[in-house]
Design a protein around this ligand. Structure first.
Ligand SMILES: [Cu+2]
Length: 249
């Protein structure tokens, strides 16, 4: 029976690795990347996944070998307890600390590109998250956000293709998270702050915009749509919105 348990534990690393190998073929992996910085994020993701994956498989195999070899029926003598090992403690503290420090340094340039080196430009759109929708506000003809001629939309985010985009992200009530999976963008929206988010989309299309922070009972339906389109189409969409808006005023 004890042998059966060790084999059952062996299924954990086999299935763990198996699922990761199978998922991309079933379309259950990362969605298609349509941003300029996405490959850097995906590279970090894969690097950390492989690193932790190798450690995971190694520790699982050690566990299974010990379960198999030290089964109680073939090891009748009493167990000898060991109370700590200073050297072992030092080793398994230093190795993870060094690994974490390495990852912290290794990801620095990507972090700087995505979170620090903000483009010097006026915002393309203001996104205000609220329970349970995305309110969008574009500058009107004057090109300045926050003036009388601004153009409004809800859940329908349109942005121009192959251009630097600067989003000003806000929250009207609680914590939300602005998540564009295809652009590898995920940023918390925090009440009381305006958070800049920038990126560049490289392929036209319609993509998901979802909330990635449990923000209340209706969190599941806090879904919008991101449309990436060439500048001309984007401008005619804005113009159409503006006319609709004037018609009801
Ligand atoms: Cu939300």
């Amino acid at each position: 029976m004890a042998r059966f348990w060790s084999l059952l534990f062996l299924l954990v690393p086999i299935m763990g690795v198996g699922i990761f190998l199978w998922a991309p073929t079933a379309g259950l992996y990362l969605p298609r990347d349509v941003s300029t910085h996405g490959h850097a994020i995906d590279g970090l993701f894969t690097f950390i996944l492989v690193l932790t994956g190798v450690v995971f498989v190694m520790t699982e195999l050690v566990l299974v070998v010990f379960l198999w070899r030290y089964d109680h029926r073939t090891n009748q003598e009493p167990v000898k307890f060991v109370h700590g090992s200073h050297n072992l403690e030092v080793v398994w503290t230093i190795v993870p600390a060094a690994t974490l420090l390495f990852i912290a340094i290794y990801q620095m340039n990507t972090w700087a590109d995505i979170k620090i080196n903000r483009p010097d430009m006026p915002p393309t759109v203001r996104v205000t998250a609220r329970q349970f929708e995305w309110r969008l506000r574009y500058p009107g003809k004057d090109g300045v956000l926050g003036t009388q001629d601004d153009i409004f939309a809800v859940n329908d985010l349109h942005l121009p293709l192959n251009e630097e985009i600067l989003v000003h992200l806000e929250s009207a009530d609680v914590l939300h998270s602005f998540f564009l999976p295809n652009l590898r963008i995920k940023q918390d929206a925090i009440p009381g702050s305006t958070i800049p988010v920038w990126f560049r989309a490289t392929e036209p299309g319609t993509y998901d915009l979802v909330c990635a922070e449990l923000c209340g009972w209706g969190h599941y339906k806090m879904k919008g749509r991101l449309t990436i389109e060439p500048r001309k189409k984007f401008e005619s969409w804005l113009e159409q919105k503006r006319q609709e808006q004037e018609a009801v005023q």
